[in-house]
Design a protein around this ligand. Structure first.
Ligand code: SIN
Ligand code: FE2
Length: 218
């Protein structure tokens, strides 16, 4: 009897994994069991390399503030986008990639069919209400055979999942606290972005969205 009820409850749940492309998946709530382990790791990373707003090669200050951990960190300035093994603010190496983040990303990649993910870079993005990220490709990495694993915490965001061309009309994908997105393979260079974050206050994260994205950069 109990079994039947449980089976019915399961059937009523929306699918936990959504497929957005041949090799693109949203793993709903995949990070939720790890949030308690991730938050102290994030705090330690940000104590060593605090969020800062960087300037694009075109001279615009990004609305999203960022930091990094791992052997390589993504940076931008007037000279261009690149990965660097040092935090340009401190001159010191970026903080090490913490264990729970790394384990989560490898598990999410495996769930999406990428068994050999070996991340060496984790970009941490902070969105406050109004912050957005315009359509772009992730193409500063050396090896496109490795996927991108993107973890969302805090306020919901409307993610734009585009195509191979900038002009392809993107699908709108709401990303919630604990969702993990994985894309790679034939979808590795698809355009994507994030609409301006709406006002709000998340019960765990407060008035912000934190996204961290793990990649193999070097
Ligand atoms: C990014 O493309 O680096 C950020 C994606 C996101 O914030 O969900
Ligand atoms: Fe990106």
């Amino acid at each position: 009897m109990k079994q039947d009820l449980l089976a019915e409850a399961d059937a009523a749940q929306p699918p936990r994994t959504e497929q957005l492309g041949a090799q693109t998946f949203v793993l709903r709530g995949f990070a939720l069991p790890q949030v308690d382990a991730l938050l102290p790791e994030l705090r330690a990373v940000l104590a060593a390399s605090p969020f800062r707003r960087m300037v694009t090669p075109g001279g615009f200050t990004m609305s999203v503030a960022l930091s990094n951990c791992g052997a390589l960190g993504w940076t931008t300035d007037l000279a261009g986008y690149r990965y660097s093994d040092r935090d340009p603010h401190s001159g010191a190496p970026w903080p090490m990639l913490p264990e729970a983040m790394r384990t989560l990303a490898i598990a999410a990649a495996a769930e999406a069919g990428f068994a050999d993910f070996d991340p060496d870079a984790c970009l941490v993005n902070r969105y406050v209400p109004g912050a957005k990220m315009s359509l772009h490709q992730d193409r500063n990495e050396r090896d496109y055979s490795q996927p991108v694993v993107s973890v969302s915490l805090g306020l919901p965001a409307m993610f734009l999942w585009g195509g191979q061309q900038r002009s392809d009309r993107p699908q709108r994908v709401p990303l919630l606290h604990g969702d993990v997105m994985v894309w790679g393979g034939v979808d590795r260079l698809r355009f994507h972005g994030v609409l301006a974050l709406k006002e709000g206050r998340h019960p765990v994260m407060g008035p912000q969205r934190i996204n961290f994205t793990l990649r193999r950069a070097g």
